[in-house]
Write a protein that binds this ligand. Structure first.
Ligand SMILES: [Zn+2]
Length: 89
């Protein structure tokens, strides 16, 4: 579940570093709001990335563009203003 918008992740709504079952360390971009999450051990729960992981994630243009697109869609759908920065973290 997304730590920000509480949307449940489903296989068709996540972007994962590995295909199939998520494993610890896999990154999820919430299509509901664009937030980035990292899978914890067991690949069941997710958490917000720590600052080190965030810095690593936003150095990847693919991650940034996907997160931005999802966040823009979230802002449009909910009528809320986009969050500062890239809105994804
Ligand atoms: Zn979300």
């Amino acid at each position: 579940m997304c730590w920000r918008c509480q949307e449940l992740f489903q296989t068709e709504t996540i972007m994962s570093a590995s295909r199939g079952t998520p494993v610890e360390g896999d990154v999820v971009i919430c299509v509901g709001c664009g937030a980035l999450s990292v899978y914890e051990r067991g690949g069941v729960k997710v958490r917000r990335p720590n600052p080190l992981e965030e810095a690593d994630l936003i150095s990847d243009p693919d991650v940034v563009s996907a997160a931005r697109a999802a966040h823009a869609e979230w802002a449009r759908r909910t009528g809320q203003r986009p969050l500062p920065g890239m809105g994804a973290l």
